[in-house]
Design a protein around this ligand. Sequence first.
Ligand SMILES: Nc1nc2c(c(=O)[nH]1)N[C@H]1C(S)=C(S)[C@@H](COP(=O)(O)OP(=O)(O)OC[C@H]3O[C@@H](n4cnc5c(=O)[nH]c(N)nc54)[C@H](O)[C@@H]3O)O[C@H]1N2
Ligand SMILES: Nc1nc2c(c(=O)[nH]1)N[C@H]1C(S)=C(S)[C@@H](COP(=O)(O)OP(=O)(O)OC[C@H]3O[C@@H](n4cnc5c(=O)[nH]c(N)nc54)[C@H](O)[C@@H]3O)O[C@H]1N2
Ligand code: SF4
Ligand SMILES: [Mo]
Length: 732
Amino acid sequence: MTTDNSMNRRTFIKTSAAAIGAACAGTIVPIAPAAVHAASVKGGAGYDASAFTACDMCFNRCGAIARLRGGRVVKLDPNPYFVKSRGMLCGRGAAGMGQLYDKDRLREPLLRVGKRGEGRWKPVSWEYALNLAAERYLEIAKKYTRCGVVFYFGSDMQTSFARRFAEAFGSHNVATQESVCLFSTHRAYLDTFGEVVMPDLRNARYVLMPGSNRFEALVTPDSSDLMEMLQEGGKLCVVDPRCTKTAALATDWLQIRAGTDLALALALIHVIITEKLYDAAWVEEHTFGLDRLAAHVAGCTPDWAAGETGLPSERIVRVAREMAQAAPRALVYPGRRTSDYVDSTQIRRGWAILNALLGNFDCRGGLMVPSPFRLRGIPQKMPWYDDNPSERLDESRIPLPFKEEASFVPLREGVISGKPYPAAGWLVFKTNPMQTAPDQAKTLAMIDRMEFIATIDILMSDTAHMSDLVLPAHTYLERDDPCQVLPGGPAGPCVVWRKPVVPPLYDTRNPFDIFKGLAERMGLGEHFNFSVDGFRAAQLKSLGADTERAGRELAEKGVYIPDTPLYGLYEGKASYKTSSKKIDLWSGLYEKRKQDPLPVYVRPKQGEGFRLIVGRNALITHASSQNNAILAAYVPTNTLDINPGAAAALGIQDGDLVEVSSSVGKGRLRARLDPGMEKGCVYMHTGFGALSPHVSLQHNNGACIVALMEDAMDAVSGNAAHHETFVRVRKV
Ligand SMILES: Nc1nc2c(c(=O)[nH]1)N[C@H]1C(S)=C(S)[C@@H](COP(=O)(O)OP(=O)(O)OC[C@H]3O[C@@H](n4cnc5c(=O)[nH]c(N)nc54)[C@H](O)[C@@H]3O)O[C@H]1N2
Ligand SMILES: Nc1nc2c(c(=O)[nH]1)N[C@H]1C(S)=C(S)[C@@H](COP(=O)(O)OP(=O)(O)OC[C@H]3O[C@@H](n4cnc5c(=O)[nH]c(N)nc54)[C@H](O)[C@@H]3O)O[C@H]1N2
Ligand code: SF4
Ligand SMILES: [Mo]
């Protein structure tokens, strides 16, 4: 295994000019700040002013430059210094001002009048709104303990303040959108390697990508790095039941039968072990349980997997050999939204084990260990509430819950059942479970249990629509945000912050001021005894000797790139953070928790009709950009994507109105015939068919996918399982 650990990010940049010219197959490629795109940073003719910001159209937070004219943001350009996105901005990023100037934006705090969901509101002052919320949450805490209030937060640079508020308030029941996203991958990689790894796509020579659509579901830097790797002759094999844009651009596409990935993973492991294609010395030194793994996969032949997956066995063998040949610069992409099946963690364990056999851990072109670089803000002294129950609402429902936060689906079950204890208060910040958690009827049942719900959003989302109090927040272009460290793969981490690009519109507030305002009214003001600016200063101060440089670079370039090691972080370390202290092929932890210590393939559940699968479009973010008029012009509604043969059998033609029904709901939308769809699956975009009349482009437009999806979760982590629903389709 070659691991050249002598380089860190700084030396990377210095050596990059020569290396970029020399970039060709077989070369290790460093990443330079996008000086390559030497675009003008300041101004550009025709603008009054320019300001750095970090895009907030999705969690990637790509560096951007806002161009202003007449006090309005008229254009968003990429920040060429921003290495994480390799100096680029996507279509959604370029449309960011559509959020700021959305005519449907919330303009003042709103109090529900009439029944929940009736859509009738009364404007109230901030003073009234914050007093009311503080009073109601304290009342609920008195009645049911602090854990009777549930917190649900989305991905944001202020989520740390939201968590701080929840900590101060003292409820254990805090969840984030990650549990409807990637908990199962986190679980699988933590339990195999002891780390949540990152792929080094830029330097890999072979990438196997099961169930990810990186050229549409954009993740920076992965999307750009993958394209560059391909352009330089690296191989990409996509495994997906749909011919996605990523599959279309790949060197190889395996159209797998949905839900059978683990059979493929076990067969690839079988070939690598039986043909002895792994580095025996490395595997012996670093992993635990090879003998048990070998016995476990003995019967998982390519022929057997072919029967399960629908893939030809020769292709399975070929993939295994090609991967092994490229190792250690070969990897199985760990994946991001892995909330698919009831055995998602075990599927991801299968892929993690295959990665371990490729010996690609902690090395170039393989899996990277997260950087130890950290920023510390202002420490918080946690209060203690004696009467709190000892457990969280989700914990007894899953064998391996995360310590730091709850999983939303089992938490919701806890609220609905009132077991192990009742909860009656809910605070929602920047997430929209009414559109992104499977089974909308269950989310409504959870809402029914609540005595008080407040939602902080920029729009009247479906969740806000079902709340009692709606608190309008600044958009990112109006906001003061703390610093955040973002991972940049082989370019290393970088730090961004946000300062307001324009003064806030309407009577909206910074979420920080909302949390601080609530804390002060609850006698918890000491937890927010600072300003956002003070918090940022503390974060930078924690960098010691680099404080000044970091502040200067953030001001002058919109980003700070610390000097930090990238590879070989485990070199010289005696042990891994796993049960065996080695890479766990066989997991003692799983045995202890009565889970399969080696992943066991179970044929996926079958139902009548089609399996409904979810995914992304390059110009949509979840359920939150459909009301953006700039983007809606490109993707005005959602369709039901269906294989033409399957559609013909139902008498359905392209553009026909169809009714889709599952055991939990129904919806109507137009059919789109897609020859790239596997026959047994149908697909539709998320975030349409909104109930809320105040999101005019989303309301009654297309069908709402989560209204159709059944309530299911991964058996190990409680991650929502989005692909376990079968639907019937008929022409209307
Ligand atoms: N444009 C855009 N980009 C985004 C986002 C966005 O909303 N919009 N969201 C961001 C977020 S939060 C995330 S988590 C990531 C998500 O990134 P991805 O996980 O890459 O996104 P998906 O589009 O959900 O891709 C999952 C793919 O798995 C396929 N699939 C379904 N069932 C199976 C199966 O059984 N086996 C296999 N092998 N494949 C299967 C689906 O057809 C789909 O193409 O994207 C991020 N980037
Ligand atoms: N059916 C289906 N369900 C899914 C997925 C899927 O593909 N299909 N994907 C899953 C994945 S990977 C993820 S990560 C989750 C994401 O699920 P969510 O976290 O619910 O994502 P969004 O729909 O982006 O919701 C973000 C909310 O924040 C609001 N918002 C936007 N900007 C701001 C702001 O500046 N301030 C405030 N306060 N609010 C703002 C938006 O209006 C919206 O209501 O969904 C998961 N669920
Ligand atoms: S990927 Fe696109 S939407 Fe997401 S942060 Fe980057 S530019 Fe913005
Ligand atoms: Mo996600």
